[in-house]
Ligand binder design. Structure first.
Ligand code: CMP
Length: 145
């Protein structure tokens, strides 16, 4: 299996409810390794640029408003098959449809306040990782555990 990197965001609902540690623990326990991480507060321009593919969707304005409502954690996760694995660990976009044990089933409150974002394809992962992190800000390492 190929080692990949994918972009993950812990959304404002995660940060404001004090769930950063719990959510990071799920990723680490399931084999996704953070190799870059930053707490930030997205500007309107940053959020609009990041979600540009959704610009025409009816929920775009609310999505940008929510994503700029408070700090988020942006991170790069590394692992075997990391893009698909991250999506599996997160669960369905709408927590009502998320499988048991997934982050969204455990923590998400609604389709908007759904706790985490993850890149949806290997190609998008490259674009989304580069949106937030230079290669010199990503630091691979071996787990000894
Ligand atoms: P995310 O993975 O961050 O990508 C786009 C986000 O739009 C999605 O998670 C949801 O939180 C949000 N969103 C809000 N409403 C909808 C909707 N009706 N369909 C899909 N995504 C939605």
């Amino acid at each position: 299996m190929a080692t990949e990197r994918t972009l993950s965001i812990l959304k404002p609902d995660c940060v404001e409810r004090g769930l950063i540690g719990k959510v990071l623990a799920v990723f680490e326990e399931k084999g996704l390794k953070p190799v870059a991480m930053r707490l930030t507060h997205l500007s309107q321009a940053e959020a609009e640029g990041f979600y540009a593919v959704h610009r025409e969707r009816p929920f775009f304005k609310d999505l940008v408003k929510f994503m700029t409502s408070g700090p988020v954690v942006v991170q790069v996760l590394e692992g075997d098959n990391a893009v698909a694995k991250n999506r599996e660990i997160m669960g369905a976009t709408n927590p009502a449809n998320a499988a048991p044990g997934t982050i969204r089933k455990l923590f998400a409150q609604s389709i908007e306040r759904n706790t985490v974002h993850g890149s949806d394809s290997v190609d998008n992962a490259k674009v989304e990782v580069a949106y937030f992190f230079r290669s010199t800000e990503q630091h691979g390492y071996e787990w000894k555990r």
